[in-house]
Structure formats: structure tokens, C-alpha cells
Design a protein around this ligand. Sequence first.
Ligand SMILES: [Fe+2]
Length: 183
Amino acid sequence: MLARLAAPWRGARRAPAAAQLPAWAQVGKRRRAHIGRVVALLEEWAEQMAVSQRERGRWLRAAWLHDALRDARLGSGTTHGAAAADRAASDGESDPGVLDAVRYHSVGYAGWDDVGRMLFLADFLEPGRRSRRKQRAKLAKRVPQDRDHVLQEVVAQQMRSQLRAGRPINLRTLEFWNSLVAG
Ligand SMILES: [Fe+2]
């Protein structure tokens, strides 16, 4: 009874799942294809992990938004993730988990909920990237059963390649790593 009464209310409040790039996106053909593969991988995981429609919608909104300004000319000191998150917020996206997922998707963020974690994984593990295809496909397959361990492996891999190249580790990445191994 209660559920029946609550159902229309829940339905009315559910934010629509964006099914496409925002109108303000500036992306080339290859980027658009990458975003499509990220969306497809998240759809697959959402199905395998049997998440709610609402949660699935959050993942997909973040996926459509995350690289929407990747090919735009941005002011120095602004990342494409931060620019897209700010634009999405002014466009009405009010879910902090979705906005943080988009804002920090290139570096990681210790404060992420599932949206940020799933987007980060899909962005790295989508099948179109050239390097280590087989290894990434194996990791992608493991995500629905073993999400947090795969996340650790992906962050470790990214940090290792930064170290090998003599590049700095972003502090947010380090905090994210610490949060994963301390938890
Ligand atoms: Fe991406």
C-alpha cells in the first residue's frame, strides 16, 4: 500500500536519464565514439550488477557529461572535467555524486560515491583504448563481482605509469589510492 502511494512520487522526482550528449558539448568524432563506448560499458555493468533505474540513470548522465568539453578550448587552470561539471550544474544537474564524478574523472577522488567509481572504471576500461587490450578486457569483466579490487588495480596501474614516466602524482589520485587501500 505504502509502496503504491510512494511510487508516483518517486517517479516524479526521478531525474531523467540523459540519453545523449548535452547540447553544449564540443567533441570530435573520435571523442564521441569513446563516450558512446563508456556509456555502453556502464549500461552493461548496470545490468549485470542489477542496480536500480535511478542509479543507472546517474551513471549514464555522468558518462554523457564527462568528456563533453574535452575538445573545447578552455582557460588555463581549468580541467575539462571541472568545466563540464560547472556547465552541467548551471544547466540543472544537481546530483553531487554525478557532478563530482565528472569533475574528477581524470584524477580520481576519495570522496566519490558509486557514480565516480563506475565512471572512472568505464573511462579507463572501455574497449576502444589501444594499450593492453586483453588485460583491460579481463579487468572490465571482473568489475560487476569485484569492483573495488579492480579499482585498486586501475589506480595502481595509472600511478605506475606516471612514476615510470617521471611525472608527478596528482594529490587527489594519491588520496583516492589511500582511501582504497585503507578501507
Ligand atoms: Fe573519457
